[in-house]
Design a protein around this ligand. Structure first.
Ligand SMILES: Cc1cc2nc3c(=O)[nH]c(=O)nc-3n(C[C@H](O)[C@H](O)[C@H](O)COP(=O)(O)OP(=O)(O)OC[C@H]3O[C@@H](n4cnc5c(N)ncnc54)[C@H](O)[C@@H]3O)c2cc1C
Length: 414
């Protein structure tokens, strides 16, 4: 039994805590906020994330709150042309996404953590780790020291101080972020992630996300692409902006009517960083702390869940000393693929490069009419790609049963 510290009570940290506690390890979770809570908009749970939740025994409860998503549809406002129209049925029978309010996913994970009696230290901002005699000590912003621990799991998200203090580069910002909100779903859209574009500089997105545990009204995640530096202008022109959204997409009228002031929406900045080695002696980084990107492909939360499951499996195959390379090798293919795909594809959907938008409009639909590419596109958004030409079933991606399943060390991780 190992003594394990987990920094961050987000999606990855809570999932890791549950898996590792169930293996009999002694877990202590650290959270910087007084009251851990879900930050951020609704999200799309792919079959991969669903497979991890099934292992945790939480899929049914999350599904019961979420909205089943069968299709992804995007079109150009100016001429009505379809940009993409893809279905989960390409991934096999009974495959679908689940649009979920973060509060529902968080609540399910948090409640289970409480039921298992996992120790949580709140109001504890972890900043660095000291490695001494084969054990880790955690240092907090307030100067308190915790430990020694056999293993530290850094699940502290895209602004991880632990990663920065262990030498990680700062994330590269994307040109565009978004303002988002989760109003009541008055759109008439129930099973489709729907997006409207003008070139790539304007994007409106709607994702049904079901209900929250405390509120029976079905909600929808609303997104508007925005450059962070343009936020003050957007605030000043708020009423005019609302009219513009409805003019671009009349179906949003009853959604936009629910926004009475700019603070009803939240600004999200997007950045990209991929740790080459998501581990150091006695530490592993999971989720956004290890690989952050734009949410264009909707994989971040799913990847954090997969990381947690594979980290736990890797620990059963090795001791805490060797778990870092095992875990990193098991996750390397999918993470490389999705980080690269996200970096390459985001400018086609969120940028000022009109040429890329024109290329997107000319190519995506014709390519999707060819069965091979249609399936590859569905596999890409479904989260099951492991490389350019390879993929795996979600259940296999969410479970490592033997060392043979892991491609063992390649030079980049030495
Ligand atoms: C607008 C938007 C839309 C998105 N849509 C999707 C989607 O549709 N599908 C999808 O899969 N992903 C989506 N994502 C990405 C997804 O939200 C993230 O990838 C995911 O939340 C990462 O989980 P995590 O556990 O690594 O980090 P987080 O969920 O960010 O959790 C980190 C936790 O660590 C805590 N913490 C931070 N620093 C410290 C510290 N120093 N000490 C202690 N605690 C600390 C934080 O308070 C937080 O509780 C979206 C992201 C955004 C911004």
């Amino acid at each position: 039994m190992a003594k394990i510290a987990i920094a961050g009570c987000g999606i990855g940290g809570l999932a890791a805590a549950i898996f590792l506690h169930q293996q009999g390890h002694e877990i202590c979770l650290f959270e910087r906020f007084e009251k851990p809570s879900p930050l951020g908009s609704g999200l799309l749970l792919q079959p991969t994330g669903q497979a991890v939740l099934a292992r945790l025994g939480l899929l049914d409860v999350v599904k019961s709150h979420g909205a089943r998503i069968d299709r992804l549809y995007g079109s150009e406002v100016t001429n009505g042309a379809t940009i993409f129209d893809l279905g989960y049925d390409q991934l096999g029978p009974d495959r679908f996404g689940i649009g979920v309010h973060r509060a529902s996913l968080f609540h399910a994970l948090w409640q289970k953590t409480g039921e298992l009696g996992i120790e949580v230290k709140v109001n504890t901002h972890v900043v660095s780790r000291v490695w001494e005699g084969g054990k880790s000590l955690l240092m907090t912003e307030a100067g308190t020291q915790f430990g020694p621990f056999d293993l530290v799991v850094d699940a502290s998200g895209s602004h991880s101080d632990l990663a920065l203090n262990l030498g990680a580069p700062t994330p590269k910002p994307f040109q565009y972020g978004a303002v988002w909100a989760s109003p009541i779903n008055a759109s008439g859209i129930s099973d489709t992630l729907t997006q409207r574009y003008v070139s790539a500089h304007t994007m409106i997105g709607l994702l049904p996300i079901g209900t929250m545990p405390s509120d029976p009204h079905p909600r929808i995640a609303f997104f508007w692409s925005l450059k962070p530096e343009a936020y003050p202008i957007w605030v000043d022109e708020f009423e005019g902006w609302k009219q513009r959204v409805v003019a671009l997409w009349p179906q949003t009228e009853a959604i936009v009517a629910q926004f009475s002031k700019p603070s009803d929406l939240t600004l999200a900045r997007y950045g990209q960083r991929t740790l080459k080695r998501p581990f150091a002696p006695g530490v592993v980084h999971i989720g956004d702390a290890a690989h952050q990107t734009s949410p264009q492909l909707g994989q971040g939360a799913n990847s954090a869940l997969l990381d947690a499951a594979i980290l736990a499996d890797s620990l059963t195959l090795t001791g805490p000393e060797d778990v870092g390379p095992q875990y990193a090798n098991a996750r390397r293919g999918p993470i490389r693929f999705y980080q690269a795909a996200s970096w390459l594809l985001t400018p086609f959907f969120q940028s000022d490069v009109n040429f890329l938008a024109a290329l997107r409009d000319a190519l995506f639909q014709p390519l999707a009419s060819i069965p091979y590419f249609r399936t590859e596109m569905a596999k890409t958004f479904g989260g099951v790609k492991t490389g350019l030409l390879t993929s795996a079933a979600p259940e296999n991606l969410a479970h490592v049963k033997s060392k043979d399943q892991i491609k063992l060390p390649s030079s980049s991780h030495r």
